[in-house]
Structure formats: structure tokens, C-alpha cells
Write a protein that binds this ligand. Sequence first.
Ligand code: F6R
Length: 239
Amino acid sequence: MKVRRFSSDSLATVYTAALIESLLQREPHPVLGLATGATPVNLYRQLVDFHRQGLSFSHVTTINLDEYVGLPWTHPQSYHRFMQDHLFSQIDIPPGRTFIPDGTADDLEAECVRYDAILAAHPIDLQILGIGRNGHIGFNEPDISLKTRTHVIQLTEDTMQANARFFGSGEQVPDQAITMGIQSILQAKAIVLMAFGRDKAWAVKRALSGEVSTEVPASFLQMHPNVTFVLDEEAAADL
Ligand code: F6R
């Protein structure tokens, strides 16, 4: 795995945005795998800037990693809303070319099957990942076994606590999500994992070195031939 260390998260973000820009300029029909959360917020801002300077997304398909179960798409913390607000509403991507799991589906199992069919039809060229401080990717949480394909997952207390910062006080943090599975993530042609801040240092170190273990889902990235970790100094502090 490649590691790129930057003195700040803004430099790391510009580096990642430039990788996406060059993919969009090179490929006639690029498929981007996208993440939500705090880490990629400035990446999307940078992509919007590139768009204002002329970069078109009209030929792009995007596939998001995950979505909470039970949050309406309009809820400020739903990942549908996050993607609309931070990226989709500000670029020229055709509305039908953005895919996010539907956490409001009546039949969640059928929704997982539907999402796997979308993934099969649109092989991901570049997957952007964040990482949980417990080593999760997507919402594949540490466990004694991991699911390969799209599935419903019970979020860990640690993840719910980490995500509580985005929700209002007294508001319930969802305890379930739909997420792409580990194998689907590993099928991307290239993967860029972004991590910023001291609280990611343990997970970053453990993902890059040591045994591949279901207790650290990001360690499975060691099995992929084209992964780049894009880090600020703090996230790289334990390497
Ligand atoms: C979000 C996702 C998660 C986050 C991770 C880090 O779509 O898949 O794995 O990337 O929880 O979240 P932040 O960036 O908020 O620290």
C-alpha cells in the first residue's frame, strides 16, 4: 500500500481532488465510489471549485458506501442529504447517475440485493474511503466475521458515539446502517483512504501493518493491489 503524508489536511485534500480530476479527464465514463462524514467535506468543496473552473461531471456515475437505516432522505444527517448539500446540487452530474443505499426501504434485504446489482453493473474506478477510529470502512464494523456484500449492520457504541457529534442533543443516533461489504469495496480498481487527526492514528497504523483481521476491517485493504493512504501528520503519527 502507498502512503502519502501531508503537513495539513487541506494539502491532502487537494492531492485527492487532483486524482479525481485526472480520472474524470481521462475516462469517458468514470465511476466514483464516495464516502460521507467529516473527512471528505473539503474534498467535495474542492471538487465544486474545480467544477466552477470548468470540470464537468456530466459523464460521471457515483456510488456511495452507506446510509443510515430509518432516516428520511431529507433528514439533515442522512447521507442522501449530505451528498446533495455538499456535492450533487452544486455540480452537473445527472440526477439518475448517483447511487446511495435506501435506508428507508420497506424491505431492506431486497434493497441490499438491488444495490449489489448496481455495483455489478458499475465497476468502481476509484473508491474514496474514510476510516473509523475503530478501523471500520464503510460501516463494516469490527466483528468476528465480515460480510462480503451489501448488508444491514448494527453500529457499534463507539461509532454511534463518534457520529453523535453530527446530531442535535436529544436526537437519536441511528443504530443501524446499510453498507457495501468488504469484497465490494475491494473490487474497486483503485482505492484512496483519507484520514486526518490524531484519533485516526491507531486505526491507520493497524490497517497498514499487522495481521489482516476482521477486528480491523480496514486491514483487508492490505489485500488490494492499488491502495493509497492520504494522511495528515496527526493521522500518520504512529507510523
Ligand atoms: C461514511 C463512512 C465511514 C466514515 C468513517 C469516518 O460514508 O463510510 O466509514 O468514513 O466513519 O468518519 P469521519 O470522516 O466523520 O471521521
